[in-house]
Design a protein. Structure first.
Length: 114
């Protein structure tokens, strides 16, 4: 299963970026899509998740700043990131969960300068 993440880049603090993830439409048993991130020297952490029913949940550190959404065309998921901070700098990974298995994209780098 190949997930393609894009949209990362460089932005100044306070700016915005939107990440996109394209997932195959034939993922059997897909239950949720999510974004994780991994900052330099840190472990991978959940940023936001959306279920097939549209239920969302967010890490506390992005509450009110980031919005996860999906579309009904395919298994695509987006992450709108506003009011970015330098500590949001990380590689962001898209993840599809199906039948208790996580499938990962290649990651997209977000760099926020102060």
């Amino acid at each position: 299963v190949q997930l393609q993440a894009s949209g990362g880049g460089w932005v100044q603090a306070g700016g915005s970026l939107t990440l996109s993830c394209v997932a195959p439409r034939n993922i059997f048993g897909l239950t949720s899509m999510a974004w994780y991130r991994e900052a330099p020297g840190e472990g991978r952490e959940l940023v936001a998740r959306i279920t097939g029913d549209g239920v969302t949940n967010y890490a506390e550190f992005v509450q009110g700043r980031f919005t996860i959404s999906g579309d009904n065309i395919g298994n695509n998921v987006y992450l709108l990131m506003k009011n970015l901070r330098p500590d949001d700098t990380a590689v962001y990974y898209c993840c599809a969960r199906a039948l208790e298995v996580n499938y990962w994209g290649q990651g997209t780098l977000v760099t926020v300068s102060s």
